[in-house]
Design a protein around this ligand. Structure first.
Ligand SMILES: [Zn+2]
Length: 177
């Protein structure tokens, strides 16, 4: 008789109220993510934001240090699913580097950065935050959400201007070696 969704919402509300970000994205990683979304438009782009597995403090546990761009296997302007081989390689690289998924991201080339019905129906990531980049306006708005099967709630996120040590991008070419 537990209500995990409800307690998730409560803790998110506390985070929003206290302005403690659920996700902290360094500027160069944010830039890289937006560049990828622009480059792949009008198709949706997607990828993973990761951070160190061993994070003791809340500030550390929300910090992104690595971006893993993935190919959209559907090559669609309205939906995405990560290429399974890219996904496998990313998981392998994350394991080797001692990282965990902080968020998954995708773009909405022609829509607001708000979860679509397709996004909700396809959410198989539990409590992992969803980052949505919209290309509707400049600079591209980025919003972060927690999805359930039928609803979503917005999470507060922060752009980190000082890049953390060891941040980077793991591109496909590097992973494939
Ligand atoms: Zn979407």
């Amino acid at each position: 008789m537990t209500a995990p969704k409800r307690s998730d919402s409560a803790s998110a509300a506390v985070r929003m109220g206290g302005m403690i970000p659920a996700l902290r994205i360094p500027e160069p990683i944010h830039r890289k993510m937006v560049e990828q979304c622009r480059a792949e438009a009008p198709l949706e782009a997607c990828g993973i934001l990761a951070g160190p597995l061993n994070a003791n403090e809340a500030a550390e546990a929300s910090l992104v240090t690595m971006i893993y761009p993935l190919r959209n296997a559907e090559r669609s302007p309205t939906r995405f699913s990560a290429d399974t081989r890219d996904l496998l390689e990313a998981h392998k690289a994350m394991r080797a580097r001692g990282e965990t998924i902080r968020a998954i991201y995708h773009s909405h080339p022609r829509w607001e950065p708000i979860p679509s019905a397709t996004d909700l129906a396809r959410n198989a990531h539990g409590a992992i935050p969803w980052v949505i980049v919209s290309l509707l306006s400049e600079p591209p708005p980025v919003r972060v959400w927690r999805l359930s099967a039928s609803s979503y709630e917005e999470l507060f996120w922060e752009l980190v201007t000082v890049a953390p040590e060891g941040w980077g991008t793991v591109d496909r070419a590097e992973r494939a070696s």
